[in-house]
Design a protein around this ligand. Sequence first.
Ligand SMILES: Cc1ncc(C[n+]2csc(CCOP(=O)(O)OP(=O)(O)O)c2C)c(N)n1
Ligand SMILES: [Mg+2]
Length: 588
Amino acid sequence: MSSSNEPTYGNPQKPYGFELVADTIIKQGVECVFTMPGNSIISLLATLGQRGIKVVGARSEQGAVLAATGYSISSGKVGVAIVTAGYMSIAHYAMLNASWGHVPVVMIAGSNETYSDDMRSLQELDQKPIAKSAYVKVAYHVIKGERIPQMLTWAFKAAQSGVQGCAFIDIAQDILKSQVDASKLSDFTTCIVDAKPCGDPALIKKAVKLLAGAEKPIINVGRLAVASGAAKEIKEFVNITGIPVDNCMGTLGSHPLNMAIAVGNGAEVVLMLGKQNLGMKPQPTACQYTGKIISVYPEAENIGHCYPIDIGIVGDIKMVLQQMIEEAKKVKFPDYSTWVQELHALRDAGKAMFVGITENHKDNKPIHPARLARETVEFMLDHKINKDAVMSTDGGDCTFWYAVFAGSYGVPQEYPGQIVNILSIENGTAIGLGLGMAVGATCAHPGKLLYMPALGDGSIGYHLSELETLARLNVPALIVVANNSCWGMTYADQRRMYGRNERTAGFLTNNVRYEKVAEGLGCIAGDFVTEPGNIRSALEKAYKIALRESKPVVVNVITDPFIYNIPWANWTLPATEKGEPYTGMGEA
Ligand SMILES: Cc1ncc(C[n+]2csc(CCOP(=O)(O)OP(=O)(O)O)c2C)c(N)n1
Ligand SMILES: [Mg+2]
């Protein structure tokens, strides 16, 4: 028999705080949340689970936010992470990553009780300022139960509207664990207006005219264009105008005008769709175009902010493109076939160069990193893995090698968010996020193969434990560790400045057996590869096993740390006498 003071869950007149949180999340259409559990949120998690929401446990607060980010990029929906009181600070870099990348993520945290401030109470932390320093769009602290639906709705609105990004909300745990008088809820509106701004018609006309008057125009697609759901419009605009695209973020798939690699630096006019103004030269993430720029972006203050632009259109990317499509139908565009051929020639020249590197170093032992990258790309193409798989990469040099091979072979992203990695975060420069984002991406596409063709041995260490999550979720995955026993990209620069003996913090233990570590975490150990001739058979074997067992298989390939990839020299200090100058890409 129940006693009279036993709490009654599911009472519509007196819902608990955590029930209001669950109601609001469900009302937003969320199907999947990521969490690192703790006492303040367990009732919320249980309630969500009971109501049919998929609750995925990551292995840290950071892992949960990275997974929510990967899920959002890969699904086009909002990502939700739920963490316990006091430890959102562990996820700071993941929040920053979502903010930088314009990825709509709502992070919900418990916090210490409303009455326990400044008592060094359990897990007490002033969380709002920490969230704000990760450039979140909003940071809320809820201390009144009746306001839970309102403030949480605000967080969802902020994350998903305008310039999308991360929104943070924490709720005092006594509020989460108390009942609310439902009749008071209507005092606090949860109104949502789904309106999106169009661009200035005069500027739309001007932009289309500028594009149509150019012999060499190019389109570059940013995260916000994808996030605004403009894929269909991008394709239509490209079909009408015939303008090639040098970075489409998956919106064009294998469209013939998708160059799938940045080759358009020489364009006369660039249409930048939802692309952030990034830093300044000589930073490698700064805008490299020299032509006239048309920038379409949802907020005026971010247009022409870091480099001058010629036409700035403020508006939602999808809406502006719809306007541009109508305008483009009235205008005649020139035949761009010569320009497209020029871009293809550039891409092919890159491919010839990269393939040439692998031919020159075919039998190198340790394995030349370019050889590994070429093998993973050719293996992927032979099995058409790229047509359907979810993909991720992580690391320094190894990811760059993979990217230049995939790009110069013209491998497109087949759908927006197919790849979750450093490049899906504009201006993203953080290593270590690949496994966490991959967890989310696979939840967005359950059953699909996860292909990680390049995972640096340094970067795998950040979220190694998420291999357990992938195994627990029975994800069929082929993960290739590019193991050069060092922080390669960083060491390359150390060596350039101070010579090869300068290894302070640059080197790791030689030949760590990550495949065995993975096995201990519930994955399947693939081959430990030291011979270049054995890469292909190791990949074939692992692929078969991953599909058959529906588990991640980790292949560990030992590569050469003494190979230069790209020279960062122009961005750092000059070399000392002992320095070993850059001798050319792919050279030792
Ligand atoms: C969070 C973060 N910390 C440090 C760096 C600096 N950094 C860039 S690349 C790199 C080395 C990565 O090593 P690994 O994952 O083994 O890949 P490799 O370059 O050896 O292929 C480092 C430390 C960074 N980009 N992000
Ligand atoms: Mg490495």
